[in-house]
Write a protein that binds this ligand. Structure first.
Ligand code: ZN
Length: 145
């Protein structure tokens, strides 16, 4: 029996582009805090953060700090290197993670450091922090076992 394939981190080729609506998310990530934008008028979470609340059109945002736990809503396994230099990052697992303490809003991320064959839709996950450059920290998720 062969060893299970472990979900690796994706290639760190990542250019972070922020604006006034997304910068607070990345500022919190640098502090290892997972946050979600919540309308300061009606309370509805909105991720990704948008200039206007889709519910009440308010532009007021409150950033709620979350527990950092979620549930795999969907995922795929990238097992082929389509670009030069990707070989060492294969396989990796892009995933959509639902955040229960933010009314189920979803975050696109990755599942890492987990046996690929243990990942399921509905798997509970916990945030882990991936420092990919001196100023950029990316939230990833690993399975809660
Ligand atoms: Zn609102």
């Amino acid at each position: 029996m062969s060893a299970p394939f472990i979900a690796k981190r994706p290639p760190p080729d990542f250019v972070l582009c922020t604006d006034r609506w997304t910068q607070p998310f990345w500022d919190a990530a640098r502090q290892h805090r997972l946050v979600a934008a919540r309308c300061a008028s009606c309370g509805r979470f909105r991720m990704p953060p948008t200039p206007f609340c889709p519910n009440c059109r308010s532009q007021d945002i409150h950033w709620s700090t979350l527990r950092g736990e979620g549930v795999v809503y969907s995922y795929t396994v990238v097992s082929r290197a389509v670009l030069e230099g990707m070989d060492q990052h294969i396989p990796y697992v892009p995933a959509v993670v639902s955040l229960p303490d933010a009314d189920g809003v979803r975050l696109i991320s990755n599942v890492v450091d987990a046996p690929i064959d243990s990942i399921r839709v509905g798997s509970p996950v916990r945030v882990v922090w991936d420092q990919i450059s001196p100023h950029v920290v990316v939230p990833r998720f690993t399975l809660i076992v």
